[in-house]
Ligand binder design. Structure first.
Ligand SMILES: [Zn+2]
Length: 240
């Protein structure tokens, strides 16, 4: 939002953003619902292929299948994340409008209030096929150049991850909260968001080296095993 707007202008801006976000939310919801069953099947298949690998049965065909399946199921996870993020936007804007004393024609997803939305509230499938890329682009636009969650706030939110994995996720050096820095896995200037699933606590050295590089480019440059880093990030619940 531009600075210096009157309350009336702010309400108008927020109302538009609320409606834009809600349209996206409906699209995301429809997409998730439509692909839910297929995704479950893919997850099952992926599990069985991984079990085969553990038991020593491994073929090039399996490797190829695993790659495809893990990328497809990752896409689904990303969309689920987009849905949750959008729900948060909608809820925040709704609150902001209320704080400013504005009125809002509140919209609901399949009869479920978005303010109470959870993963069970995917409803009202619409035959809309906005591609995932378009959705993410639009989502990025909604950010309006400002991060919704401050980085210092996010750093604190991520602190429990250090108990799970007390090292820098990139170089594997021991990491202490006091010294760590917040890194955007997918860099901000490439459309990455300041949200938990895209941020990770790392050492100052890695953060400095990574800069605006993509994860793949950084791993190559720093001579880190990309797949290993990705796996570690995924275990920590990141969308890579
Ligand atoms: Zn490091």
């Amino acid at each position: 939002m531009k600075p210096g707007l009157s309350d009336k202008q702010k309400i108008k801006f927020l109302r538009k953003r609320y409606n834009d976000a809600f349209d996206l939310l409906e699209n995301a919801s429809a997409w998730l619902k439509k692909n839910s069953e297929l995704n479950q099947q893919k997850l099952q298949l992926l599990k069985s292929i991984r079990q085969q690998r553990l038991s020593g049965f491994w073929t090039a065909e399996n490797a190829e299948k695993e790659k495809k399946l893990s990328s497809a199921t990752r896409e689904y996870k990303k969309m689920g994340d987009a849905f949750m993020t959008l729900s948060g936007f909608v809820e925040n804007d709704e609150k902001a409008i209320k704080r400013l004393g504005g009125r809002l024609q509140k919209r609901v997803l399949g009869g479920v209030s978005v303010a109470r939305s959870n993963s069970n509230s995917f409803a009202r499938p619409r035959e809309s096929h906005e591609s995932q890329v378009e959705l993410w682009k639009a989502k990025a636009k909604l950010y309006d150049g400002e991060s919704r969650q401050g980085t210092s706030e996010l750093k604190i939110a991520l602190k429990p991850e250090l108990t799970k994995y007390g090292k820098c996720a990139y170089c594997e050096e021991r990491l202490f909260f006091e010294d760590c820095q917040l890194d955007h896995i997918h860099p901000i200037n490439k459309g990455g968001f300041t949200i938990e699933s895209n941020c990770i606590l790392v050492c100052a050295s890695c953060n400095g080296r990574k800069g605006a590089l993509s994860l793949r480019a950084f791993c190559k440059e720093a001579n880190f095993d990309f797949e290993r880093v990705v796996t570690r990030l995924e275990v920590l619940g990141k969308h890579v």
